[in-house]
Design a protein around this ligand. Structure first.
Ligand SMILES: Cc1cc2nc3c(=O)[nH]c(=O)nc-3n(C[C@H](O)[C@H](O)[C@H](O)COP(=O)(O)OP(=O)(O)OC[C@H]3O[C@@H](n4cnc5c(N)ncnc54)[C@H](O)[C@@H]3O)c2cc1C
Length: 538
């Protein structure tokens, strides 16, 4: 028999098997289920911390096997086959969507051919170090581009528990198979950490190659090979260019998965040229990173109590008909430079598995709807033949403006209190953003509709988290890549790009997912569709 239940334990009891099992036995008895200590095998599902009312309690949820044993991790993993060479599918982008698409294809022995403009994780580390320490950006290998995609040098927060888009526990089990800690299967707010992610994605890539897949780094897709028949455009392969040697190649492919993330503006332009109606403007969000001393956030959230982990927060407000909210909060983390072109400044956040830096940061962003984009950007996009690109053009404009207000990759910054008071910060607190910051009047140059809402939002947040607005909090601009401003429309039945047959947009860049977990699931799902089509099961 298997049953699910929750127990509440003290922090010191959490790792004590005997105490946990005794609580479980009590909970079973309350349901009139009799079992002995040795008969039960609890499988941890998730835990959450209840820090309300000043007393810390841990709520743990279990699946309890009574008189039987749960499946082993190996039994739960999908069975991958060696590629049989009958079919090959090009996957553009090696982010979570691309990697999980590759593994799904291998379940049916279909060869994945991954084309990735950035470098492998170990080379990419050098590029990450160069931008972080010296502010020198490699436009093809950086925080957004390279092995594992935007998720590799990130916090690796895996908040998705929803199975709406697929089997999320399968996604996490595959991460564990390649080196992620087992707790991600059970923690309420799991995260992997940037110190572990590069090793994990490299191990995944090695397995894909071992199973007969191909992976090309430093190789950008420059063109989709298409033919037109009966007024329908169909893709049959991709043209690529090695970004280091300049070598050009053409890959023929039974289907093409486009998993290029939401930073690749050139890819959206490529689609716009081929099929402008396949793109649709969508709501996105922009704003700033706010960074506090970690201790300050811990004190607010844990009511002054010492806890082993850094505290998280999640804040939302409705301001003048637009959402203002925290996003990608990184407890004990770092603010990092995430531009993909040397003329931009884009910030984001990451943390190591220990979440032990001296700071805690989060994006605070304002919802931006297609109708909010200024007319001049709409007109430019219309002139270029694709109105849907207006939001992307505006995003690029803001990223360039941010750099004009900064200095190279030194980001413009302002104390939160000065932002609210409308004055320049005389001296900024030390931040985790290693390229450096320069004092700037964010309140003056950020678009008024953004800065006015941010101000109201911060004041509201300070009501629910007393002390959030303080002199030690610093705003670093600009956070622009929380999600894509453009959706690549998919046919609802075939999942192909609406105007280009055999092209399968997947992951965050397609506009149908956001974050590591949901993008991985989307890649999986799309590869499953292709696999069924290639095997004649549609
Ligand atoms: C610093 C940072 C921290 C983040 N933290 C988290 C987090 O904690 N939790 C979370 O869920 N999400 C986080 N995210 C977001 C998350 O990384 C993305 O949602 C996720 O990676 C999207 O997956 P994807 O596969 O769709 O696209 P991506 O991961 O963006 O991968 C796309 C890949 O395509 C490649 N590519 C682009 N154009 C081309 C081309 N023309 N030819 C060949 N290759 C190309 C890129 O180089 C890239 O590697 C973070 C992002 C960043 C930047």
């Amino acid at each position: 028999m298997v049953t699910e239940l929750s127990i509440t334990v003290k922090p010191e009891e959490e790792n004590c098997e005997k105490a946990v099992k005794n609580y479980i036995l009590k909970s079973l008895a309350a349901r009139n289920i009799r079992a002995s200590f040795d008969e039960i095998t609890p499988v941890f599902i998730k835990k959450s911390i209840d820090a309300r009312h000043g007393q810390i309690k841990i709520v743990m949820r279990f699946e309890v096997y009574i008189g039987e044993k749960p499946k082993t991790a190996e039994e739960l993993l999908p069975k991958w086959k060696h590629a049989d060479g009958k079919n090959a599918v090009a996957i553009i982008g090696s982010g979570p969507a691309g990697l999980y698409a590759a593994f799904r294809l291998l379940e049916d022995g279909i060869k994945p051919v991954i084309i990735e403009r950035g470098s492998d994780a170990s080379m990419r580390k050098n590029d990450i170090a160069r931008i972080s320490r010296k502010g020198i950006l490699n436009p093809n290998s950086n925080f957004c581009y390279g092995e594992g995609g935007a998720g590799t040098f990130s916090d690796g927060k895996l908040y998705t528990r929803s199975n709406k888009r697929g089997d999320i526990s399968k996604i996490y089990r595959i991460f564990v198979e390649f080196g992620a800690p087992e707790q991600i299967l059970t923690d309420a707010h799991p995260h992997i950490g940037t110190d572990k992610l590069p090793g994990i994605v490299s191990a995944m890539r090695k397995k894909i190659i071992e199973l007969g897949g191909e992976v090309y780094f430093d190789t950008a897709c420059t063109e989709l090979v298409c033919h037109k028949a009966d007024n329908e455009l169909t893709v049959s392969g991709v043209k690529t260019k090695n970004v280091i040697t300049g070598e050009e190649r053409t890959f023929e492919s039974d289907a093409v998965i486009l998993a290029t993330g939401h930073s690749a503006a050139d890819v959206y332009s490529m689609i716009a040229e081929l099929s402008p109606d396949s793109l649709e403007a969508k709501t996105f969000a922009v704003g700033v990173r706010v960074e506090h001393p970690r201790e300050l956030i811990d004190n607010i959230q844990f009511h002054g109590k010492k806890m082993p982990q850094a505290a998280e927060y999640r804040l939302t407000a409705q301001v003048d008909e637009r959402g203002v909210y925290s996003f990608c909060m990184c407890p004990g983390g770092f603010v990092v430079p995430c531009a993909t072109s040397p003329d931009q400044i884009v910030v984001n956040g990451m943390s190591a598995s220990g979440r032990n830096s001296r700071w805690s940061n989060s994006a605070i962003v304002v919802e931006r709807r297609p109708e909010d984009i200024p007319q001049e950007f709409v007109e430019r996009a219309e002139k270029d033949g694709c109105r849907a690109l207006a939001g992307l053009y505006w995003r690029t404009w803001l990223e360039r403006l941010t750099q004009e207000k900064g200095e190279g990759q030194k980001a413009p910054a302002q104390r939160l209190t000065d932002f609210l008071a409308g004055k320049k910060s005389e001296g900024l607190p030390e931040t985790s953003y290693t390229p450096g910051v320069v004092s700037s009047r964010l309140d003056e140059w950020l678009p008024e509709e953004i800065s006015a809402r941010l101000k109201k939002g911060f004041r509201e947040f300070d009501l629910s988290m007393k002390g959030f607005v303080c002199d030690d909090a610093v705003l670093i601009a600009s956070e622009t890549r929380t999600s894509t401003p453009v959706r690549i429309l998919r046919n609802k039945e075939t999942f192909e790009c609406a105007g280009i047959k055999n092209l399968y947009p997947a992951g965050e860049g397609s506009g149908y997912s956001g974050g590591i977990g949901s993008s991985a699931m989307d890649g999986e799902k799309i590869a499953g569709v292709i696999s069924r089509k290639l095997s004649g099961i549609s």
